[in-house]
Design a protein around this ligand. Structure first.
Ligand SMILES: Cc1cc2nc3c(=O)[nH]c(=O)nc-3n(C[C@H](O)[C@H](O)[C@H](O)COP(=O)(O)O)c2cc1C
Length: 144
């Protein structure tokens, strides 16, 4: 049985969903802040790890956790009118979690310093799960 950091419960069948999308219309700062706050606290409560990155009007989200939690959540997220052009990059079973040991398990990445920290973490944890290095490659365009 694999035990995760950050007091996340034992993981039998971890699942990872990753997608890209673009913010719809003009998302005012206060709405974005509210979205980030709710997303982070709900995901931590639900033992969902990952990141929500917002950069130049685009979202990149990685969600890791129990499949039975992630799939209904992703259905809700896909219908959210605050973003559009959702491209699913992967939606698959994964061994372990890339982000369980990063910050509080689920973090918001919105400044260049958040991005730099994340890049360092991912570079140091390239072999953490089979998808870690794929996530790192996805970050590359945001790091330019
Ligand atoms: C880009 C984006 C990512 C989101 N990610 C999450 C998430 O990871 N977890 C979550 O609970 N809600 C997330 N949401 C919000 C959900 O789509 C939805 O609004 C929320 O779960 C339902 O909240 P309510 O029950 O208060 O209406 C996201 C929304 C957007 C636009």
């Amino acid at each position: 049985m694999v035990y995760l950091k950050n007091n996340l419960t034992p993981s039998k069948m971890n699942h990872t969903i990753c997608y890209l999308s673009s913010a719809a219309g003009n998302l005012p700062d206060h709405e974005l802040k509210q979205l980030f706050k709710k997303t982070q606290s709900r995901n931590i409560d639900q033992e969902i790890s990952g990141i929500l990155l917002f950069y130049y009007g685009n979202f990149l989200q990685v969600l890791e956790g129990d499949k039975d939690r992630l799939h209904p959540l992703f259905d809700i997220i896909k219908k959210d009118n605050r973003h559009k052009n959702i491209i699913t990059i992967f939606n698959k079973q994964n061994e372990g979690r890339t982000f369980a040991g990063y910050k509080s398990g689920f973090s918001i990445v919105k400044t260049s310093s958040d991005l730099k920290n994340l890049n360092v973490y991912l570079n140091n944890n390239k072999d953490k799960t089979p998808l870690s290095s794929s996530v790192l490659s996805l970050l590359e365009p945001f790091l330019i």
